[in-house]
Design a protein around this ligand. Structure first.
Ligand code: ZN
Length: 448
């Protein structure tokens, strides 16, 4: 599926860099502050995505964008003075566990008195224990949220339905394209958009919980049970009121690839204008996606260094990066960090191999009192070398582990056309390491 999507995207659906219309001429630009600076683990690379969000707003000619990078919670906040009052709208691209009470009070005050707030994807994971924030966003997920955060909200028979059952908040399946369905066609953000459009490969957030107060659903997406989904229509864009302030909350936008979708871009640009002014003056671009077809902007997609434009070759060198990228994505989906290795040798026994390695988040775990820490790089190589010797998946026990090995599972070896393809990952539970390694060999096998 991913291969199909990737090929389809490359073949037909690139859009040139078109500025969104209209370009403001006489009116003063809308003052926007993007907040970033923290995310949970490796999942949301705000350094990459903030640059994209900023460009998407500036490309309209309507906004002047400033970025404020917050210290991580627990660090020194004395130098962080973002002056919220100087802006008309704040775009949150931060996923922090908490904030000092001063900063929280300022943000509350800003929205309460009429400032706009835009919440993008993982930013709704933030601040589980800050009641006002959860009221502003309506729903959120992860970071320990449970039924105490409020009911799960989903869409049924034309309205929002609360589900009070107990359990955690937040889930998503693999990143695949999905259809977004308009539910408030007359809202200024949605006016003129198709009723149904195909969003690029993204996380479809489901089972989000929260107070859901004064929340209007602009659009939903069906969470597919075949992709770990709920079989419900999940809110994908909502608007809320908080005091005099307007909030636009989109649950889409996991990474640069998702942000490069023309559908995401358009709704983000329009949602930000609406949150700031209560109006939308932007036209819907001509290359907006249809119900069947993803449309994305190549100039945005290229802002991710992992976006591979080069044609694939059938050499190890040509495939290793793609294989490591596939492993990185799989590890990201499984929310694990560690070290990925791919290797290749020709013939039936190893004489020499080509290999390439990538650190996915971390190379080691540091020692603590109870545990002496792990050298993930060494473990990944130990798995790969065991496989090169035994030609079986690592941890196979076809022979007892030798010095420097511990019979670790998590590596996968397969026979290719002329030799053996190896992928090993170290960092997660064995079964997750195996899943990541499978993604690597699958990619190598496309050409070797
Ligand atoms: Zn995400």
């Amino acid at each position: 599926m991913r291969r199909f999507v990737f090929t389809a995207l490359l073949a037909a659906l690139w859009s040139p860099a078109l500025p969104a219309a209209p370009v403001a001429s006489k009116t003063k630009p809308i003052r926007v502050l993007i907040l970033d600076g923290q995310s949970a683990g490796p999942y949301h690379d705000w350094r990459l995505t903030t640059a994209v969000l900023k460009k998407e707003l500036e490309d309209t000619g309507l906004f002047r964008v400033t970025v404020a990078t917050s210290p991580r919670f627990g660090e020194d906040f004395s130098g962080f003075k973002p002056e919220f009052g100087s802006y008309q709208v704040i775009v949150s691209n931060i996923d922090a566990p908490d904030w000092p009470s001063d900063e929280k009070a300022q943000l509350e005050q800003f929205v309460e008195s009429g400032g706009g707030l835009v919440v993008v994807h993982g930013a709704d994971n933030s601040f589980p224990d800050w009641p006002a924030f959860n009221q502003m966003t309506g729903v959120g997920g992860w970071r320990g949220r449970s039924e105490k955060a409020g009911p799960i909200w989903y869409f049924k028979d034309g309205g929002l339905v609360p589900d009070d059952s107990a359990g955690p908040a937040g889930s998503h399946g693999l990143r695949l394209p999905f259809q977004v369905v308009t539910r408030s066609p007359e809202h200024p953000i949605m006016k003129g958009l198709p009723r149904v459009w195909m969003h690029a490969a993204d996380e479809l957030y489901a089972t989000l919980r929260g107070p859901g107060k004064d929340m209007t659903v602009l659009a939903t997406a069906h969470s597919d049970p075949k992709n770990k989904g709920t079989d419900r229509d999940e809110p994908s864009m909502v608007v809320l009121k908080y005091g005099k302030g307007r909030v636009f909350h989109t649950t889409m936008g996991h990474d640069v690839a998702a942000l490069s979708c023309v559908g995401f871009m358009t709704t983000f640009q329009r949602g930000t204008e609406w949150a700031a002014t209560g109006r939308v003056t932007q036209r819907v671009p001509a290359d907006f996606p249809s119900a069947e077809t993803v449309k994305f902007r190549v100039d945005i997609a290229e802002m991710d260094p992992a976006f591979v434009k080069a044609p694939r070759t059938n050499s190890f060198d040509g495939l290793a990066d793609a294989a490591l990228l596939a492993m990185r994505r799989r590890a990201d989906e499984l929310k694990i960090e560690g070290v990925a290795i791919v290797a290749y040798f020709e013939g039936d026994t190893i004489q020499s191999w080509s290999s390439k390695m990538a650190v996915v988040g971390k190379m080691k775990t540091l020692p603590v009192q109870e545990k002496k820490g792990s050298n993930l790089l060494a473990i990944a190589y130990a798995k790969a070398s065991e496989m090169a010797d035994t030609l079986k998946d690592s941890g196979s026990n076809v022979r007892p582990p030798m010095t420097g090995e511990f019979g670790w599972s998590g590596g996968v070896i397969v026979r290719g056309k002329k030799g053996f393809l190896i992928a090993a990952f170290s960092g997660g539970k064995s079964e997750d390491d195996v899943k990541v390694s499978r993604a690597g060999v699958a990619e190598l096998k496309t050409g070797l």
